[in-house]
Design a protein around this ligand. Structure first.
Ligand SMILES: [Zn+2]
Length: 325
């Protein structure tokens, strides 16, 4: 039986992923389920456990065979207490998630923010592997972020570092799920795309190729694959909204570069996974224009290498410890 195994769970706004990694950080089994956004923390922790057990079942293993347990939640996580401070997309505020996870699983856990851990995964095992400093943006239901400086994940005051989706890029701009206006997430996330598309199509009468059962006045979120398909078919509304979102993301990223000076920017998350390399062109069109001091050729922009597994793999790295060998 393999030892030194780690379990990593990624609780996202629409999916829960679980991975098991071996000592070389290679994923040896995985499983996924859908998130029930109206379920409370306890019920969600149970679903996370079921997902983890489904991954372990593929290896004919149980929780007792795991040496390290890590999980990511879509909220800032207080590094001292493990409290989830505000999961905007799940509607949770100030939840003692670490306690709930320990009780549900019967094992100690390391918890982190999903964007932070996504970048931790990409930095140590993915697209930014050869660099010492990198920043990631993860476009999914929301917009997550993570910052690694000199091989150390920034968590900061109350775990709030790397909340790049809530960088304000337009004063008085679009309303964000966090209650403020003008955040990057209000322009570049699936929720933001849906909101902007509804305005284009149902208010301004623009056309779209999105199927009516997936996109109508009641729609709050949409699967990345439908957006990517419409984008690839030159849907004028989807192209307009998505390209603008990516240009706005370029502004947020350039502002982050002025603070952190990373060697590499990683773009990831379910939406980027579905779209592929083509997100780089609209992103770079504004990113390069807004950079200060650094030449565009001195900063790499890469697509996530770990894809849907980035956050869960990052959770296993957090659980194992992050000292680079
Ligand atoms: Zn916000």
């Amino acid at each position: 039986m393999p030892d030194n195994l780690a379990l990593g769970i990624d609780l996202g706004g629409s999916k829960i992923y679980a991975v098991v990694t071996d000592a070389s950080n290679t994923v040896i089994a995985d499983a996924k389920t859908s998130t029930n956004p109206s379920a409370g923390p306890e019920q969600t922790a149970n679903t996370m456990k079921e997902t983890a057990l489904a991954a372990l079942a593929k290896l004919e293993l149980s929780l007792a065979d795991i040496s390290y347990f890590g999980a990511a939640i879509p909220s800032p996580v207080d590094p001292e207490t493990g409290d989830c401070l505000h999961a905007v997309n799940l509607g949770w505020k100030k939840v003692s998630m670490l306690g709930i996870m320990k009780k549900t699983f019967g094992y100690d856990f390391k918890l982190g923010n999903d964007g932070n851990l996504g970048q931790l995964g990409e930095h140590f095992c993915g697209a930014a592997k050869e660099f010492h400093s990198s920043v990631g943006f993860f476009i999914g239901t929301g917009l997550g972020g993570g910052i690694v400086v000199e091989n150390k994940l920034l968590t900061g005051n109350q775990g709030l570092a790397g909340e790049l989706g809530h960088t304000i890029i337009r004063v008085g701009g679009r309303r964000c799920g966090c209650g403020r206006r003008g955040c990057a997430e209000a322009y570049c996330s699936k929720k933001a795309f849906v909101k902007a598309l509804k305005k284009e199509v149902f208010k301004r009468g623009a056309t779209t190729l999105l199927p009516i059962e997936k996109f109508n006045p009641e729609t709050k979120n949409i699967k990345s694959k439908y957006l990517a398909r419409a984008y690839n078919e030159d849907d004028p509304s989807v192209r307009k909204v998505v390209d603008k979102g990516l240009r706005m993301l370029g502004i947020a990223a350039a502002s982050t570069v002025a603070t952190v000076a990373p060697q590499c920017i990683v773009l990831g998350g379910g939406f980027v996974e579905a779209m592929g390399e083509q997100v780089i062109i609209p992103f770079k069109s504004s990113f390069h224009r807004h950079l200060f001091g650094i030449s565009p050729s001195d900063i790499e922009v890469r697509i996530s290498l770990l894809g849907d597994h980035a956050v869960a793999v990052g959770a296993t790295i957090l659980a194992r410890g992050t000292d680079r060998k």
